[in-house]
Design a protein around this ligand. Sequence first.
Ligand SMILES: Cc1cc2nc3c(=O)[nH]c(=O)nc-3n(C[C@H](O)[C@H](O)[C@H](O)COP(=O)(O)O)c2cc1C
Length: 196
Amino acid sequence: MPYIRESIITTVNKAGGVHIAPIGIIAEKDGWVIAPFRPSVTLDNLAEVPFAIANYTDDVRIFAGCLTGRKHWPTVAVDGFPVPRLKAALAHSVLEVESVDDDGMRPRHFCRVVQEETHAPFTGLNRAKAAVLELAILVSRLGMLPRDKIEAEIAYLSIAIEKTAGEGEKEAWDWLMQRVGDHLSGEDASGEDARG
Ligand SMILES: Cc1cc2nc3c(=O)[nH]c(=O)nc-3n(C[C@H](O)[C@H](O)[C@H](O)COP(=O)(O)O)c2cc1C
């Protein structure tokens, strides 16, 4: 299996409208593959403007927020490139699309890194952040999973939340759990499908 870096991808359309989405970028040779499922705004934007920024952030509210309708996170311009980065990025890579391998369902955009920058220190691993990331992935796949699997995963992940979460992790967890609750009670109108 390839190495995957969970990042927040920023892209723009031709009009300069910014879109942000959690995407796992896949290590390949000396670059990274962005593989958005069809249809998606990220996919459309890459066709219009073949640059993306992989934002590396430890603010898990951004992962949880994007999956629960909270998509407006501050961005700042990056000199010399059309796509802005997340203000909350500890570091970023500017990726330029070099080639596209389109299988019809999940086109693989091979990108090379054209610029990288660090903005703030990485302050260490945290189990609650990892648990929120796992719950975000689970939420992006709710429609595919049986109830007992969802409940078993949440029971395990919630141990790390109870033991190690700060305010940001609790907030992100609650946003995602609201979505899980809606799904299990049959009220999930998000239309979220299987991604990740
Ligand atoms: C950690 C994580 C990784 C993800 N990786 C991918 C991915 O590689 N490809 C994809 O299409 N969606 C991925 N998703 C789901 C997308 O973030 C989500 O479906 C998003 O809405 C993409 O569509 P958009 O570009 O229209 O916003 C991931 C979600 C999470 C939480």
